[in-house]
Design a protein. Sequence first.
Length: 278
Amino acid sequence: MANGLEKDVEPAILQSPFVAKPLAPPALAHPAALSDFHPLPARTRGQHVYLGLRRGLEWLGALVLLLMISPVMLVAALAVKLTSRGPAFYSQMRVGQNGRPFTILKLRTMIHQCESLTGPRWCMPGDPRITRLGYFLRLTHIDELPQLINVLLGHMSLIGPRPERPEFVRQLERAIPGYRWRLAFLPGITGLAQVQLPPDTEVAGVRGKLAYDLYYIRRVGPLLDLRVLGATLTRLFGLSFRWSARLLGLPSRSRIEEVTIRPLHEVEGERRRLRAAA
């Protein structure tokens, strides 16, 4: 039965508009290559102090949350194990701060070894690889709960840019100017881009999220973090992206692009000019 399902799934997966080469994953960006992080300005003293305090608070918060929701996570893991073949949990390599790889932890929401025939693929709307239980776990974000362990280990933050898979990072760096700048910050379970934009299904979506990630990195602070956490809760209760942003006073898309995209184009244009002159 499993083999038949995999055969049915493969043609649909191959229609994905962004497909990584499964047999030759690109090398990770070396941390030394990320030193020219323009147009991200140097953090203010207040931001340095806040981020130091935040790290301690979110570690404690992640520990408390993990203890509180562990029964829910264990019940969900048991349900995954009983309703589909394969392990309840799965691990996957992601690219973290400064290009350092780490292993992310999640509850499995897709059929076991769903990429064994096709290689790495982005998840698409209505993706046939997702199990029935997996749809519910993704809708409620219960599948993300094990990532609190990544926060405790220092791989992730509660709030930050979403970590991408190494198979995609090098291709996205070539396709989107300034993509590597988002690696200046510790990746997060939730973030400004995640609560305002839908999941990535194509390069254009990643390009849009980059603006939000860079805005967050530039403007990180307690007020913005509280708004992102509030928007995360409203999204869990089914409020739309649009109304979550209005309710919490999140920055508009035009404001975000004014702060991030324009300087980004200016920096990239200057780099191209310097390369041509050399």
